[in-house]
Design a binder for this molecule. Sequence first.
Ligand code: M6R
Length: 368
Amino acid sequence: EKGGWSSFMAKEISEQPEAVANTIRGRVVDEQVVLPELEGLDEVLTDIDRIIIIACGTASYSGLVGKYAIEKWARVPVEVELSHEFRYRDPVLSERTLVVSISQSGETMDTLMAVKYAIANGARTLSICNTQGATIARESDAVVYTHAGPEVAVASTKAFVAQITALYLFGLHLARLRGTVEQGRAAELVAELRAVPDKIAKVLESADEIDQLARWMSDSRAVLFLGRHVGYPIALEGALKLKELAYIHAEGFAAGELKHGPIALIEPGQPVFVVVPSPRDPGSLHSKVVSNIQEIRARGARVLAVAEEGDVAVLPFADEVIRIPLAAPLFEPLLTVVPLQLFAMSLATAKGLDVDQPRNLAKSVTVE
Ligand code: M6R
């Protein structure tokens, strides 16, 4: 049951360090990722020339994060597509295409039908699933289970971080098979990943501070979320959480798109969450996002920055700064999503809404 928590969602958010640790457990041998469930697929995985990730909602955002990691490490092109779009557009598939479905429930009809379509059209299939023995898992050639434990709240939280973790593990498994990441580097990445659960626990300590912020903002009419690189899917996820829990209009944007349209939405007082990339990122995205913050601030936006500890560049321009511990840039989503989940939950609670069972939604969407 809820074990003393006010809601299943609060409990599940708090279980995220464990969800990530459990998903990693048993899958590292001599500091290298080995997924025993993919034993026997070595040849297939060495031979694929393309990966298509299919999923819906929050699961699709985990797929978007996975794309950055898998392409970086395994050097295989990855596309991410919504399941319900995929099978209606006559996609080009072959036996060298791996279709990876992601689903917490393993019963989402749109994703199940997309998997069946992929099989019928000659692709290989792998599913990332949280529910043991679910239909999607049974239909696929192979399954990598996330071990997040049962997720009861309609809004997905711990399953999301476990899905991202499973995608990182898959990316490193694939990189080992294909020889695209040198062993020493792979061991460093594994060590970084193993350090994530304690860092999530650290982020959870800011729950009270975020609760306060959400209470002040409970009459917001619209909230925008900006992110770049792996922070972009997290902006999308932060916006989805706020829509489904607090019924507030929310949109996530890639920060680089700002000038291409969304900046027109900025007026005095408009709250904007900005997921700030690490200043240690070699791609200099940090300074680009800091200039985005300056641009929106100059137009009156109220900036709520989610930034790494010690990042002082954001201080002069942000109204609020929520800190996350230092992590390798690709692993940051596992940390930056947490304050956004807490914010949506607290804001919904401040509005007196039922966070476990938002209106009009079902935990598992088993109709098309
Ligand atoms: O069970 P699934 O992971 O296949 O579900 C996919 C989406 O329906 C789900 O993530 C949905 O977007 C959640 N309500 C998000 O919180």
